[in-house]
Design a protein. Structure first.
Ligand SMILES: [Fe+2]
Length: 352
């Protein structure tokens, strides 16, 4: 390691390195080092991937949306409820939920409507089912505000992982439909530069900015739909380019370091990197799906790292606080690594 790299590494993760492991453990809860992440689990089909997820022995699992396929169009949300009931009967799913600490956020199919947004009339019913299935405590703030966005900071000082779970459904404005359905690059939607359109809604935007000001060394921003991906016309932040820029600006203005983006939804896995102006290079891991993948998928990926992996997959985030590395891995149904990018502390910091 050269001197330049050492100097650039001074920052939040440096503080982590200064804290001996034994001391950190003595402070209470040890830091997270193994986080797993997945999305798109169709409850009517086998889900053999859970054996590999459990074998990885995650400290934490993040359900990144489409955790069941429960689309519905009735006020009683009975189809969503029965989808959740079916999920509890899947052995691996059930074992993970019973034995591994986990967090969850919804995407369109556990919200209740394919590509659904703010105008979905039954979203309150979907929220009730979400709160019930995920056993959200009676005093949880999600019960008293709109949407299901949520955040946690886990770990001792100097070794904190912040997990920010964004709600991309409750507040989202209508998308601009394509004029050429299925055409490569414009399959379903077109970018809409209308400044009135929102991904998160004002309240969630303000909350996100507040969260990014809280102290943490690594920050996982879970956006169920892809943030960085270009080259396709399915759901992605690029459909509201001003909102995508606002996300980059919010990260820049907060000076939040250690940000890694996680997304799902797409029925394929991939890694992406992009360096917005004024921010360090952002990395995104898309993991989808746990059993819903589209092996015949093909799309352009101008800011993608390597090829897509369109078979069943889950993602892992290995944090080595002592080496000061964060390794993002896309793993197959056997747990084998199919795509990987290793980030050093200096990759996750603003230049100084
Ligand atoms: Fe989705």
């Amino acid at each position: 390691m050269d001197i330049m790299l050492k100097r650039r590494s001074i920052g939040p993760l440096m503080a982590a390195a200064a804290l001996a492991p034994g001391i950190a453990a003595a402070q209470g809860r040890p830091p997270l080092t193994r986080i797993a992440f997945g999305s798109c689990a169709e409850q009517r089909r086998p889900q053999p991937i859970w054996d590999a997820v459990l074998a990885y022995r995650p400290d934490l699992f993040i359900f990144g949306g489409d955790n069941v396929y429960g689309d519905f169009n009735r006020a009683d949300a009975v189809d969503l409820r029965s989808a959740y009931d079916n999920a509890t009967m899947i052995e691996g799913y059930n074992r993970l939920v019973r034995t591994v600490p986990h967090l969850a956020v919804w995407d369109d199919h556990d919200y209740g409507l394919n590509d659904g947004g703010a105008d979905f009339p039954y979203k309150a019913a979907a929220k009730e089912e979400f709160l019930r299935f995920w056993r959200v405590p009676a005093d949880d703030v999600r019960r008293t505000r709109e949407g299901i966005y949520d955040a946690h900071i886990i770990g001792p000082p100097g070794m904190r992982v912040q997990i920010i779970l964004l709600d991309l459904r409750w507040f989202r404005s209508p998308l601009k439909r394509t004029d050429e359905r299925g055409a490569p690059g414009k399959e379903r939607y077109l970018p809409d530069p209308d400044p009135a359109k929102t991904m998160l809604g004002n309240v969630q935007w303000e909350w996100l900015a507040d969260q990014l000001h809280k102290p943490a060394e690594v920050r996982l921003i879970v956006s169920t739909i892809q943030v960085l991906a270009e080259g396709h016309g399915w759901e992605r932040w690029g459909n509201f380019p001003l909102e995508r820029q606002k996300l980059f600006d919010t990260i820049r203005d907060s000076r939040a370091e250690g940000v890694v983006l996680l997304s799902g939804d797409r029925h394929l896995g991939a890694l992406y990197r992009e360096a917005p102006a004024g921010v360090y290079a952002l990395h995104e891991m898309t993991s989808s799906g746990l059993n819903q993948a589209f092996w015949a998928a093909s799309e352009r990926g101008p800011n993608r790292l390597g090829a897509i992996y369109p078979m069943a997959n889950f993602g892992t985030i290995d944090v080595d606080w002592w080496e000061r590395t964060v390794t993002l891995s896309l793993r197959d149904e056997s747990g084998g690594v199919r795509r990987r990018v290793a980030l050093s502390a200096s990759d996750l910091l603003f230049s100084r």
